[in-house]
Design a protein around this ligand. Structure first.
Ligand SMILES: [Zn+2]
Length: 170
């Protein structure tokens, strides 16, 4: 597993890199808790947050497709963008681990990306969304490929069926 996939409770945003982190644990009772995972696409303070269209597009796709994952789908509580636009929060039940999330992200990537048009973005319409005109195709493809390269080495990507993230000009 790449070094950027770790569990950490103590996050210093001055030194936080892109990656996948366990950010918070919210206990419900003796057995149950909600985990809040930090899907950090961009290093904070690097002054290169995601664009609003990219954030909205990724929110739609991940909120929908991650819930279809056979392993973690039924364990997901929510998927929300960070206001700072450097990443997303994925909330799950406490029986989900970082590797399962990484695998689920790779599965969605393999099935959905690269995007070709707005038709590829689930729920992007006036009935299901508050701002269906806000999306991005090419830059979202780049942002997702960049994030997957952060989570997967070239060899791991090949084994996970997403070797394209290292082969294309995304
Ligand atoms: Zn929307």
């Amino acid at each position: 597993m790449k070094k950027s996939v770790v569990s950490s409770f103590d996050v210093d945003h001055r030194t936080l890199g892109a990656g996948l982190y366990l950010r918070s644990v919210y206990p419900i009772n003796d057995d149950l808790a909600v985990y809040s995972w930090d899907l950090r696409f961009r290093a904070p303070m690097a002054h290169a947050p995601l664009g609003s269209g990219e954030v909205h597009t990724i929110e739609h796709l991940m909120a929908y497709y991650l819930r279809l994952d056979p392993v973690i789908g039924s364990r997901i509580v929510s998927f929300c963008p960070m206001g700072c636009k450097t990443g997303f929060y994925l909330s799950t039940m406490n029986d989900v681990d970082a590797e399962q999330i990484r695998a689920a992200l790779a599965k969605v990537y393999a099935e959905v990306f690269p995007l070709h048009s707005a038709d590829d973005i689930v729920g992007l319409n006036e009935v299901q969304c508050g701002n269906p005109g806000l999306y991005a195709i090419e830059s979202t493809n780049s942002a997702m490929a960049e994030y997957m390269r952060c989570l997967y080495s070239p060899e791991e990507a090949e084994r996970a069926g997403i070797g394209a993230i290292y082969k294309t000009s995304l």
